[in-house]
Ligand binder design. Structure first.
Ligand SMILES: C[S@@+](CC[C@H](N)C(=O)[O-])C[C@H]1O[C@@H](n2cnc3c(N)ncnc32)[C@H](O)[C@@H]1O
Length: 397
């Protein structure tokens, strides 16, 4: 299939009816449009998809085509496990109403920044308040105990930053946790920008040299890197893009919580990429950003139990709850698309199919081998050998 044909399909697709869905799904799995140039390029989709790095993020081009091939403009499109909002951002860009949800405060924060409208004046006010909070704030030992600063999963947090930067980072974290009255979308635009620059190996990073996705133990000199200066640079880069998005995209919404508890108006489609089997170290891979988003030391022991990453280590029974929750939120006939992982020992499509089937008619299930895909420099590429796509529609009550 030629590139032109792929683009034609992207632009001209008709509404997926239940009967047409199987054919379209089969065509999607055969063509894998996201694997063709330019969609396969590492940075395809632009800087907003990289608003904040996140271990476990979906390739934006997959989200792009799942939205364009399987939903219509104006539809409410829900991702109940949205991570950093890759699918919701693609939905919003393509004229859908994006609904994001995630149990992680880090994921919710970044999703909200990508889908909810905000007032740029609020962003400026929050930046000023944050600057004042940091400059008038107390010293490091007044805001954090030695015990707080010795926390960290690849070395203590105090090893990542120059002492003056660390003081500002700790105060910025506290600012977002104690200032309850801030307008949420504007707050999360600022906070996402800060979360992104927290650690990495680029000049913008606040930390000593580490990895931008996962904070591996740092190397290099302890240099003072002023939080407000770096944050302002980051905002100058992303704010015009977010403002442009508000002009073209419909306002969406982000929810924080378990998908089982999600309450929102009925949606037309659910497109989601649940945690892949054996991806149970998500909290350690994202630990510093989770800490900044509010997790305390003890949360790293108690919170992971609540996540599907952990639950599905026992068995996939929680996906029965998932099917029930999505059936409750989707309109009859509404579309369900799951992007799933296969490891050498577990095929999630096989495991989930029987749990989804009582409430959804399954039209097609297709496989994509991913052994040839890039690792983005991470040492732990994960155990995934293939991706699966499951396409269904909600059965009537
Ligand atoms: C593979 S990631 C999704 C990545 C996302 N597509 C992206 O591009 O960032 C799976 C997500 O499921 C979320 N999650 C796990 N259990 C959950 C639950 N019970 N309710 C809501 N979200 C959950 C995790 O926090 C994680 O962000």
């Amino acid at each position: 299939m030629s590139q032109l044909r792929l683009l034609d399909l992207d632009l001209d697709l008709a509404i997926p009816s239940a009967s047409g869905l199987a054919a379209r799904a089969e065509e999607f799995c055969g063509a894998a449009p996201h694997r063709h140039d330019p969609f396969a390029r590492r940075n395809w989709g632009g800087p907003l998809h990289s608003l904040c790095s996140y271990q476990g993020k979906l390739k934006p081009a997959i989200g792009h085509f799942l939205v364009s091939w399987f939903t219509e403009p104006g539809w409410r499109v829900l991702d109940p496990m949205s991570g950093v909002g890759t699918i919701p951002l693609e939905a919003r860009r393509q004229g859908r109403i994006a609904v994001a949800n995630d149990l992680s405060p880090l994921a919710d924060c970044v999703s909200r920044a990508k889908v909810e409208p905000f007032d740029p004046h609020d962003v400026a006010t929050i930046v000023d308040e944050l600057a004042a909070f940091i400059s008038s704030g107390p010293s490091l030992d007044q805001v954090a105990s030695e015990d707080d600063l010795s926390f960290g999963l690849n070395g203590p947090i105090r090893d990542y930053f120059h002492a003056d930067t660390l003081r500002e980072v700790v105060l910025a974290r506290r600012f977002f946790l104690v200032e309850q009255g801030l307008p949420l979308a504007a707050r999360d635009v600022v906070r996402s920008s800060l979360l992104h620059i927290l650690h990495g190996n680029r000049p913008y990073a606040l930390s000593r040299r580490s990895h931008p996705v996962t904070p591996f133990s740092p190397t290099g000199p302890f240099e003072y890197r002023p939080v407000m200066e770096r944050l302002t640079e980051r905002l100058q880069r992303v704010l015009p893009l977010l403002e442009e998005l508000m002009e073209v995209g419909l306002p969406g919404e982000s929810h924080l919580g378990d998908f089982r508890d999600l309450e929102c108006p009925t949606v037309d489609a659910v497109i989601t990429s649940p945690p892949f089997a054996k991806s149970f170290r998500f909290w350690s891979m994202n630990w510093m950003r989770l800490w900044f988003a509010g997790w305390e030391r003890e949360d790293f022991a108690s919170e992971p139990k609540k996540y599907l990453e952990t639950e599905q280590r026992q068995d996939f029974a929680p996906y029965g709850d998932f099917a029930t929750a999505m059936h409750r939120l989707l309109r009859p006939g509404g579309v369900l698309v799951l992007h799933l992982g296969e490891t050498a020992s577990v095929n999630m499509a096989e495991e989930l199919g029987p749990l989804i089937e009582p409430l959804f008619e399954i039209h097609h299930v297709g496989r994509e081998c991913v052994l040839d895909t890039e690792s983005h420099g991470l040492r732990d590429k994960g155990a995934t050998v293939a991706h699966w796509y499951l396409f269904g529609t909600r059965r009537a009550d």
